[in-house]
Design a protein around this ligand. Structure first.
Ligand SMILES: [Zn+2]
Length: 171
């Protein structure tokens, strides 16, 4: 059953509550990405973005209990044991990925998407993308994987924030 705007409106407040509680629970363990010493990220993202983006390395990345929150149909997403996940200005990575610059790059793309779209539009677009295309081919993930692929293959830096700004126009 596709999420029509009304059920999504009902889901949004408890989902945002869950996100805020999750970020508060991990606030002590979150560090600015700028403090991590990755060498390439600063060639793709502004100093300001890397200073406000935070990361917490955790044993299991927290995934919203969407079924319990009243949004069935996201079981694939809920159970997929992601390597990383992003909420607002913070992302989580599994501890074994703490030194994985490529994964940090991917999650930073989501940070820029959240910032440019705002949380309501981000969540609505992400949910609609999951429902229509599944996780990997949802437009916001596709954008992140495209950029990450370029980061992995091509040593020539590009402006990742501009990349997201241009991609969002085509959503
Ligand atoms: Zn992603």
């Amino acid at each position: 059953m596709p999420l029509t705007p009304d059920p999504f409106r009902l889901l949004l407040p408890p989902l945002i509550d869950w996100i805020e509680r999750t970020l508060a629970d991990h606030a002590m363990g979150a560090r600015p990405v700028a403090s991590l010493g990755f060498r390439r990220l600063r060639q793709y993202f502004s100093e300001e973005q890397l200073a406000v983006a935070k990361v917490a390395a955790v044993e299991h990345v927290p995934v919203p209990p969407l079924t319990a929150l009243g949004a069935p149909g996201f079981e694939e997403f809920e159970t997929m044991q992601a390597a990383g996940i992003t909420y607002l200005d913070t992302f989580f990575v599994g501890q074994r990925y703490a030194a994985d610059e490529s994964l940090h790059f991917h999650e930073l793309i989501h940070i820029v998407q959240w910032r440019l779209l705002g949380h309501e539009r981000f969540l609505a677009a992400y949910a609609a993308g999951l429902q229509s295309y599944g996780y990997r081919n949802s437009p916001l993930e596709n954008m992140a994987y495209d950029a990450q692929g370029r980061f992995d293959r091509d040593p020539v830096p590009f402006d990742a924030e501009e990349f997201v700004a241009e991609g969002i126009v085509r959503l």
